[in-house]
Design a protein around this ligand. Structure first.
Ligand code: APR
Ligand code: ZN
Length: 240
């Protein structure tokens, strides 16, 4: 076991209030693309810039184009949790971890068994009518083309995903800050930390152990940095 993995193992053994803060890199080992890697979503060519395609303005003014992009790029068939999701869920079950804070919208942490998950950017699994608030699942969005309309009132059904130009959910933010303030260990994984306010949340952490696990270098002062695939690295430690 190399020295950094040994250090991570010791941290896992001594932590009682871990928080796992993840980004798109946590789901790439499940077959989902991330955003800013060379083979990520934002490297592809589109009619409008991808940040526009995922904006509230695009949703309301170019609704058909929005849903075409959203279905093609953000909805994936047959994805399942990977080793990283399962290890994090195990740490919660064994009383070592108090919360997951994720920028991902794929619901894979919950699918792996995690209970306390703050989804900063929402979830593709929840969709609501913009007129009457009726709930619809991901399948409804996949199948009702070109624009999913509410069966009750005909309103446009909108994914419960934070689009560019929209605010994050207050309660989710408050819960995340509370967890970070209370944590003894923070593991930041699979994120380039380029999108705010999400990336700024880690500044609330005051605990003892700050760990960053990322395939590409990312700059977080004072952290134990393990470079590599988060699923592979977490598979090397045992949660006791
Ligand atoms: N293991 C570890 N790190 C990985 C892996 C992996 N298997 N795969 C990719 N990475 C790293 C990449 O090196 C990159 O630094 O994960 C990071 C992913 O960064 P981004 O693509 O920028 O994704 P993220 O940080 O989650 O983006 C934040 O931007 O577009 C918005 O709302 C979107 O939630 C997203 C937000
Ligand atoms: Zn409706």
């Amino acid at each position: 076991m190399n020295a950094d993995i040994e250090k991570l193992q010791k941290i896992a053994d001594s932590s009682r209030r871990m928080v796992f803060f993840g980004g798109a890199g946590v789901s790439t080992e499940s077959g989902l693309k991330d955003f800013r890697s060379p083979d990520g979503l934002y490297a592809e060519k589109y009619k409008y810039p991808p940040e526009y395609m995922l904006s509230a303005d695009c949703f309301y003014r170019h609704t058909e184009e929005f849903f075409e992009f959203y279905r093609e790029k953000l909805l994936a068939d047959g994805i399942s949790p990977n080793a990283a999701h399962y290890k994090v869920a195990e740490a919660e079950k064994k009383g070592r971890l108090i919360a997951v804070i994720t920028q991902n919208i794929d619901g894979l942490h919950q699918a792996a068994g995690s209970k306390n998950v703050y989804e900063l950017h929402g979830s593709v699994l929840r969709n609501y009518c913009t007129r009457c608030g009726a709930f619809y699942d991901e399948k409804f969005i996949k199948n009702r083309r070109p624009v999913p309309l509410c069966e009750k009132c005909g309103g446009v059904v909108k994914p419960d995903v934070v689009l560019y130009g929209e605010n994050l959910d207050e309660q989710t933010l408050e819960g995340s800050v509370r967890a970070l303030r209370n944590a003894d260990t923070l593991i930041v994984a699979g994120t380039s930390l380029q999108v705010y306010p999400a990336a700024g949340l880690i500044d609330y952490f005051r605990g003892e152990n700050l760990v960053v696990i990322n395939r590409d270098p990312v700059n977080v002062g004072g952290a134990l940095f393990l470079q590599g695939k988060v699923g592979e690295i977490l598979s090397k430690i045992v949660i006791k």
